[in-house]
Design a protein. Structure first.
Length: 75
């Protein structure tokens, strides 16, 4: 998880550490947008996060809200 935190920080993503109700720790990465629909930039951010997370076997990524955030947890 430390490598992803470092990558997110280097690439300017806003994120915070969260604890799920079952005790799992994770990261909530902000990919919010203005307007009615997600922008191209928002979708690009989410695709970049998913691509980075695919390199790790024990990392799970899912979209939260209507493309407003990405939740990264250990599987």
């Amino acid at each position: 998880m430390n490598r992803i935190i470092k990558w997110l920080d280097e690439n300017g993503f806003a994120f915070r550490q969260v604890v799920m109700t079952d005790g799992k720790k994770g990261l909530m990465v902000d990919t919010d947008y203005d307007g009615l629909y997600p922008t191209r930039e928002c979708i690009g951010k989410q695709q970049a996060i998913k691509a980075k997370a695919r390199r790790f076997k024990n990392i799970k990524v899912e979209s939260r809200g209507y493309y407003t955030a990405m939740l990264i947890t250990e599987a």
